[in-house]
Write a protein that binds this ligand. Structure first.
Ligand code: ADP
Ligand code: MG
Length: 724
């Protein structure tokens, strides 16, 4: 089959209808998750009490409770035809891990019976020696174990009962994303509660919330299979721009193509059955790019749900003849994909801490959290950037489409004015809701609704959007936990420091509101000067200004990771109990290793495709032109009629030679890099190799323009990007 057959096949692919259960969404919502309703139905009253104490009070799960829970869970699972069980965890690879065990055991009479008990629920020892650990588990002590996280509900996927677990080494170090995330969420909650109690003693818990927006591309599976680069690296390493791509903005929010809509519908139904509140779907900016977002929820659960959805996407895309691309930059020249992390804090009394309050007291509380978040982002701006950095996200950062490689915060006009005003007035000035007291001079006012504040600055990596911050730099393929762990931990540290300072002022005899504002004022002055920026983040002037302000402007990904082991980060992470220094060092090793391997694989694929796919096609065309020229010479006795052929031949010769020389240079660079002993130095060497990719790509994309369309071996951008 040649390229044209593949394109034809993808265009004529029949639409497969989505499978939608009878009834309405609320009828099947959550049916495959062991949620509170199921707990009440399937567990004995005392077991339920004990389990809730684990979930809400953070009590450890004992064997008796685990057995009781497993008993009820088994009944529920069998009703849904479950035959297998797995501990489902999030190692430091991409995606999730699972190892299934059938629910059978000998019955002593020559047959088998279904079994599932507390020990299978609570803990497992997967032979996990092949997961990255950054040297934490020496091979002679390769064991790690997984343990149920009762705050994440158990769910059913197909025939398997999935138990969300943490994954840790026998010496207690985290080997996954979930463990540190849970610690960071606890840290931020514990740090926030005493501050909330200054305003309302009834507060006993503070939750961190996450609402992710997942961007992705769909490509036809036949064309995907013809692109070695897409299959192996998740992105196209070559491909000339299509004449039309996103310049007309005609894809964004456009009608969803029927085949895509059927895919989305299947995905939503599956998500809803798993209790994932999928809410928004739409076409994104680039052709064949889409977005999906749920209603926000508690961060640990929301992150599990994102991981589940990413898996489901791959599954349902196949059903509809697509492959889903979660890579941050599958196609050059059109937008890449991110995963905005909408983040906020809220109390168990139902107060949103990053939204204006009902009265002056509520507003002071809002300003307190708002300003402290900004302070944390300012102090750890380089670290936050490091938390979203990866070999794949590097293609978005700094490009004129995604947040720039400088972490600053966008407040919008209203909040900027409020902060300036607060610096001018006495510390006991009440912060009122606009309009409530009429227009009074000297009063600080906040509009209750931030309609004008949702004016979006798309260039800002960390934007306030009325009741939350949107951390926009997170990559589409990332586990949100990387960014969420760092953000929540950084905010926790800031809140701890803030509380100490306020307590000192109160002890000195100041009223609470004055004490709070007196501590806030210098912080406000500082964040307005440094981290707050409402202008265009894509300009060179901003980069220069950011350097002047002392913000980090590093774009080299392996170098960014060094932030994690600098004293300020080690102090922050250890003080909040999120990572030990040993874990930070180990995780950096994993990050460098992953970076190296990603670039290494891409580089290999690039060179092989250049030499095995592209150069032969170019030479085939060259041979044809040479034959024509020879015939012309024979016929006319000169080359007067062959100007076009001769020009094209020159171009082919030039580009093919560039490809050859650069491919060899890239192989040599890789060989040299592989000899570098130190892993960080090796990662830096691979960074140089990544920087040389465009040099090899350019002559190949030029050849695509020159070589006969009929013999070009790879599906082109214009063929892949407009099929649905
Ligand atoms: P947009 O693309 O306009 O930014 P979307 O509707 O696509 O907005 O996504 C916004 C996300 O933010 C949703 O997941 C939404 O539930 C979430 N969100 C809304 N309010 C909050 C909040 N207070 N805390 C965290 N996430 C929130
Ligand atoms: Mg958004």
């Amino acid at each position: 089959m040649d390229r044209f057959d593949l394109v034809k096949e993808s265009f004529t692919r029949k639409e497969v209808p989505a499978e939608i259960p009878a009834g309405k969404t609320s009828d099947w919502y959550g049916e495959l998750v062991f949620d509170r309703a199921k707990m009440c139905k399937y567990l004995d009253a005392n077991i339920l009490q004990d389990l809730l104490a684990c979930i809400e009070g953070g009590k450890a799960l004992d064997r008796k409770t685990a057995d009781g829970v497993a008993r009820g869970m088994k009944v529920w699972a069998m009703e849904h035809g479950v035959t297998h069980v797995t501990h489902w965890f999030q190692p430091l690879t991409e995606g999730t891990a699972e190892k299934h065990d059938a629910l059978i055991d000998y019955d002593g009479k020559g047959g088998v019976i279904e079994t599932f008990d507390g020990s299978m629920l609570a803990q497992q020892e997967p032979d996990a020696s092949s997961f990255p650990s950054g040297g934490i588990r020496a091979t002679f002590e390769a064991r790690g174990y997984t343990a149920w996280d009762p705050t994440s509900p158990v769910f059913i996927l197909d025939d398997t009962l999935c138990i969300p677990t943490v994954f840790v080494s026998y010496t207690g170090e985290a080997l996954d994303y979930k463990t540190p995330l849970k610690k960071a969420l606890k840290a931020v909650g514990d740090a926030a509660v005493p501050i909330c109690r200054l305003f309302d003693p009834a507060v006993s818990k503070v939750y961190s919330y996450l609402g992710w927006e997942q961007e992705y591309f769909l490509v036809d599976e036949a064309l995907y299979a013809a692109r070695t680069d897409l299959m192996i690296t998740g992105r196209t390493l070559f491909g000339h721009n299509s004449s039309k791509n996103q310049q007309l903005d005609d894809h964004y929010f456009a009608a969803i193509p029927a085949r895509v809509a059927a895919f989305m519908r299947d995905l939503e139904v599956a998500g809803h059955r798993l209790g994932i509140p999928l809410k928004t779907r739409h076409n994104e900016v680039a052709p064949n790019q889409f977005e999906l977002a749920p209603i926000y929820g508690e961060t640990n659960l929301a992150n599990d749900q994102n991981q589940i959805v990413m898996n489901l996407m791959g599954h349902f895309a196949r059903k509809h003849g697509f492959v889903v691309l979660l890579h941050e930059k599958p196609f050059d020249g059109v937008n890449g994909s991110g995963k905005h992390n909408n983040w906020s804090l809220g109390t168990d009394t139902g107060v949103a801490l990053l939204a204006p309050g009902k009265d002056a007291k509520g507003n002071l509380q809002f300003i307190t959290f708002f300003v402290n978040v900004l302070a944390a982002v300012q102090k750890h701006n380089a670290l936050l950037k490091a938390s979203i950095a990866s070999a794949t996200n590097a293609h978005r950062l700094g490009a004129n489409e995604a947040p720039p490689a400088i972490v600053s915060a966008f407040l919008g006009r209203t909040m900027t004015e409020v902060l300036h005003k607060l610096l001018e007035v006495p510390s006991d000035t009440p912060i009122e809701i606009a309009g409530k007291k009429g227009k009074t001079l000297g009063l600080v006012e906040i509009p209750e609704l931030f309609v004008d504040n949702t004016d979006r600055n798309r260039t800002s990596p960390f934007a306030f959007t009325g009741n939350r911050f949107e951390f926009r730099a997170v990559g589409s393929s990332a586990n949100c936990a990387g960014a969420m762990t760092t953000l929540n931990a950084a905010v926790a540290e800031q809140l701890l420091d803030f509380k100490v300072a306020v307590d000192k002022e109160i002890a000195a005899g100041k009223p609470t509101n004055v004490a709070i504002m007196d501590v806030l004022k210098p912080i406000i002055r500082s964040v307005l000067d440094v981290v707050c920026f409402d202008g265009n983040g894509y300009t060179e002037e901003w980069r220069q200004e950011a350097i002047r302000r002392g913000l980090d402007v590093e774009t080299n990904v392996p170098k960014m990771f060094c932030e994690f082991t600098k004293p300020a980060a080690v102090e922050m992470f250890t003080k909040t109990g999120v990572y030990s220094e040993k874990e930070l060092i180990a995780r950096n090793e994993v990050k460098w290793e992953t970076y190296i391997k990603k670039v290494q694989i891409e580089s290999r694929v690039m060179v092989r495709m250049a030499l095995n796919h592209i150069v032969p096609a170019a030479l085939e065309y060259k041979a044809r032109l040479l034959k024509e020229v020879t015939l012309a010479k024979e016929l006319y006795g000169n080359l007067d009629n062959c100007t076009a052929e001769m020009t094209i031949l020159d171009e082919i010769n030039r580009y093919v030679e560039q490809v050859r020389v650069r491919a060899i240079a890239m192989n040599d660079a890789r060989r040299a890099a592989n000899m570098t002993e130190d892993i960080y130095q090796r990662a830096l060497a691979y960074h140089e190799i990544a920087e040389s990719f465009p040099g090899l790509r350019r002559p190949i994309d030029k050849l695509e323009e020159v070589v006969d369309n009929r013999i070009w071996p790879l599906p082109k951008y214009r063929e892949m990007l407009f099929i649905s």
